[in-house]
Design a protein around this ligand. Structure first.
Ligand code: ADP
Length: 381
């Protein structure tokens, strides 16, 4: 035996991968290394000279097809099959088949690798992912139910507090009580807005927020939202204007969700813009056919490092306008992002600290109903 031959035999025998060499014509195993013996729990003598069909494989037809493929195409190909290993354990085994061209005959080299550890890790990962998804849905479901249950008693508290503050059945007779009543009303309203936001966010997360999509006019949405916050803007001495193109096409969207987005963005602009500032709410068609809804202000601004954070639930930045920020829940932008996401839209922010902020929602072009025609029941094709 030549030196080279001996070296290759040593490599073959020392290899940790199981190797079987098979004659594709007779399907007889001509060589098997010790690793194959270990994996298949059979002595070499019980492998060499045996037909490949003798190997305790779950699907010998698949193995035959694999060998035929390697023999025909000459390329290595692989398949994962189950085989009976030591202790009668069923093991997933990845089998590579490669053609060995020899001077007189063609042989197939099968390399077998026990992939049970990889499969088990994949399975555990999938189970962990399923469990995490399940508990996330359960959490959202719990929050949705809780928020719903909390709203009923809170409505009673708010309603009766208002009746008492208005003195419907007689005056409160003590100034302190009037002050406390106002505190109850303010706190109740704040709590209700937190609960409403949590309810909405958990509904989206639990997949229970169904959009009622229809042909929607963005200018109408903007005008309705602006009308609702007009008084607050005036009280804060802010100039509130709209920028709308009359010929704007319609958008396939849920108008209630859009109004909620516009209102949240507007109320942030009002909260975070000092007196004398300006706010513009607008909608426009972009060159690529997408539609943009935006609110821009000349307020305190947002540092670039916080562009992502502000869209996470309960995130509130440390502005100097502490009193205004106290009004917030930190849920407004998170909800806007979720509602935008349901429309396949992207929400983004551009800002400069001390100069102002613009938050915009960009709807995909498929949602633009081209031609602003009266007809057309669905989104543009
Ligand atoms: P909040 O209820 O506090 O307004 P949001 O989720 O709507 O909650 O906003 C999160 C935070 O992002 C706010 O607390 C504020 O710090 C910052 N923010 C949002 N909009 C603006 C804006 N127009 N100008 C400056 N800061 C803003």
């Amino acid at each position: 035996m030549s030196e080279r031959h001996k070296r290759f035999e040593a490599i073959f025998n020392g290899m940790h991968l199981a190797i079987l060499v098979v004659d594709p014509q007779s399907e007889i195993i001509t060589d098997a290394n010790p690793a194959a013996q270990d994996l298949l729990a059979r002595p070499t003598a019980a492998l060499v000279g045996q037909k490949i069909a003798e190997i305790p494989l779950e699907d010998s037809l698949k193995l035959r097809q694999l060998m035929q493929k390697a023999s025909r195409q000459g390329d290595a190909c692989s398949e994962t099959l189950h085989c009976l290993g030591a202790d009668g354990k069923v093991l997933p085994v990845e089998i590579y088949a490669a053609l060995l061209e020899r001077p007189r005959r063609r042989l197939i080299m099968l390399t077998l690798r026990d992939v049970s550890a990889t499969k088990e890790a994949q399975m555990k990962l999938m189970q962990a992912r399923d469990a995490a998804e399940f508990s996330n849905r359960a959490k959202s479901q719990f929050l949705a139910n809780m928020s719903h249950e909390l709203r009923t008693p809170l409505n009673a508290i708010n309603g009766f507090a208002r009746i008492m503050a208005d003195g419907l059945f007689g005056p409160l007779e003590n100034e302190k009580y009037e002050e406390y009543m106002q505190d109850i009303i303010d706190s109740g309203a704040h709590l209700l807005s937190i609960i409403n936001d949590i309810l909405d966010i958990s509904k989206v997360e639990a997949g229970q927020m169904d959009l009622r999509e229809e042909k929607t006019s963005l200018p109408e949405v903007v005008q309705a939202a602006v009308a609702l916050v007009g008084n607050r803007a005036k009280q804060s001495e802010l100039t509130l204007s709209t920028a709308l193109d009359e010929a704007l096409p319609s958008l396939w969207a849920d108008p209630r969700a859009l109004k909620q987005i516009a209102l949240n963005l507007l109320s942030n602009a009002i909260k975070f813009t000092p007196r004398g500032g300006e706010i513009e709410c607008g909608a426009r068609l972009e060159a690529d056919g997408s539609m943009l809804l935006y609110v821009a202000d000349t307020g305190v601004g947002i540092p670039e490092k916080d562009y992502q954070t502000i869209f996470e639930p309960f995130s509130q930045l440390d502005h100097d306008l502490a009193a205004e920020a106290e009004e917030g829940t930190g849920l407004g932008l998170a909800l806007c992002k979720q509602l935008a996401g349901l429309h396949g839209a992207e929400i983004g922010v551009i800002s400069e600290v001390g100069k102002g902020t613009a938050v915009s929602v960009k709807f995909p072009p498929e949602r633009t109903i081209s031609g602003r025609s009266k007809g057309g029941e669905g989104p543009a094709a």
